[in-house]
Design a protein around this ligand. Structure first.
Ligand code: AMP
Ligand code: GLY
Length: 417
């Protein structure tokens, strides 16, 4: 068996390692306490010190810091872009400039480091106002508000460094778009690009899409009825992006995650991420479980010649978060309803519990140890069935201050089979 090293510690990495484990020995650094259940080894060693046939980098930070370049210099196959490609996520100002150069449809925008200039621009815009940190903010750096004073206060808090440190010292202010959102994760092997099934993420913390933006409170896939829109995304968004990457001399190998809004004017790109989405990955891997290892390996080696094919059915994941998430999550509560391996104490066919922020205490109990604690993922024939199954599993698992949304994948209109 080949040996794959996965970098990261969340539910996304748990899900990737779970699927990669079908065809390889998997080691995750640093990993988490739920992974042992699936025979996944974890280590605190640096990925640079591990032997690997393939390294899969989960989170954005090591990509933005250039880990992929360093590994490639040592002759190791890596799934994940180098520093140049990762700038698409590392700086929203860079990304917007890139999109403009590539001719990709995206919201009208301005980039500001000065409060007065930002204020002047805001006054030329109409509500709702959209304000984003330039740098990385774990999905939490975006404010969408109808209130001009709140928009101004947010600009001030970001630029002064009090809200997001250095990441906020530059802001992007943009035109608000409307329409349903979808996450299109595209595999890029340096030359070719193939989309995985589209997923929908639920970004707000509260029911009915209310409250603060989070990393994501749940997801489902595939999104029904999007064949035409997906073609448009590939043609008008991804293809010009590949052309621009090539023009800039960037050999991009990894996943290019397009956060797309399906506006009345067609698909617009909200943002690029240079890694798998979380919690989108916790649903998408359910449909590529048997082939993920080969697909990512081919991608890393520049030979992904065929489009990946998905398994039938649908998947839904519900995130169990801690009280206070995303601002100030509480840690340290005992999690009830999990067996000794961290999976459901009473297993349900089709359900996998991916750990995000957990740890084991001295007596082996699973404790909450992060804002997002668990992502419970269900695979079934339809979205409705997967949803029912996911919530039956969620009902088994409790901890003090548990926060869930009960409306994940509730209003999806499925196509007749
Ligand atoms: P981002 O991190 O750029 O994907 O933004 C996070 C969330 O903010 C998105 O998923 C949207 O729900 C919302 N958002 C971002 N940009 C816009 C925009 N231009 N218009 C409307 N909503 C937006
Ligand atoms: N779920 C959104 C993200 O991964 O950025």
């Amino acid at each position: 068996m080949s040996r794959v090293v996965v970098v990261g510690s969340g539910a996304r990495e748990h899900a990737l390692a779970w699927a990669l484990g079908r065809s390889a020995d998997v080691v995750v650094t640093p990993g988490n306490s739920g992974m042992a259940a699936h025979g996944i080894a974890t280590t605190s060693a640096s990925p640079l010190d591990l032997e690997a046939d393939l390294v899969v980098i989960g989170p954005e930070s090591p990509l933005v810091e250039g880990l992929a370049d360093e590994l490639r210099r040592r002759g190791i196959a890596v799934f994940g872009p180098g520093l140049e490609g990762a700038r698409l996520e590392g700086s929203k100002a860079y990304m917007k400039e890139f999109l403009a150069a590539a001719g990709v449809p995206t919201a009208r925008f301005g980039v500001f480091e000065d409060e007065n200039a930002a204020d002047e621009f805001l006054r030329t815009m109409s509500a709702p106002y959209v304000i984003k940190t330039d740098g990385l903010a774990a999905g939490k750096g975006v404010l969408v508000t109808h209130d001009l004073d709140a928009a101004r206060a947010d600009v001030r808090a970001k630029l002064s460094g009090t809200a997001f440190g250095e990441a906020g010292r530059r802001v992007v202010i943009e035109e608000a778009l409307t329409g349903p959102e979808c996450s299109v994760m595209v595999l890029v092997d340096g030359v070719r690009a193939w989309p995985l099934v589209a997923a929908q993420d639920f970004k707000r913390v509260g029911e009915g899409d209310t409250g603060a933006n989070t990393g994501g409170m749940g997801a489902y896939c595939p999104m029904p009825g999007l064949t035409h829109e997906l073609d448009e995304v590939m043609e008008h968004i991804v293809t010009p992006t590949l052309r621009e990457l090539a023009a800039r001399g960037v050999d991009y190998r990894g996943v290019l995650y397009a956060g797309v809004m399906l506006t009345p004017r067609g698909p617009y790109l909200l943002e690029y991420n240079v890694r798998f989405g979380d919690p989108e990955t916790e649903v998408v891997v359910r449909l590529y479980e048997d082939t993920l290892g080969r697909i990512l390996d081919d991608c890393a080696r520049g030979r992904l010649e065929m489009p990946p094919t998905s398994a039938p059915g649908a998947a839904v994941t519900v995130v169990l978060a801690a009280r206070g998430y995303p601002e100030a999550p509480e840690f340290g509560h005992v999690i009830e309803g999990l067996g000794d391996d961290g999976q459901l104490a009473e297993p349900l066919e089709g359900v996998v519990v991916f750990h995000a922020g957990t740890r084991r205490d001295d007596s082996g109990r699973f404790m909450t140890h992060g804002g997002r604690v668990l992502a419970i993922s269900a695979h079934a024939e339809t979205i409705a069935l997967a949803r029912g199954l996911a919530y039956r599993a969620v009902d088994q698992v409790h901890f003090e201050g548990r926060v869930i949304r009960s409306d994940i994948a509730r209003d999806v209109k499925e196509e007749e089979a």
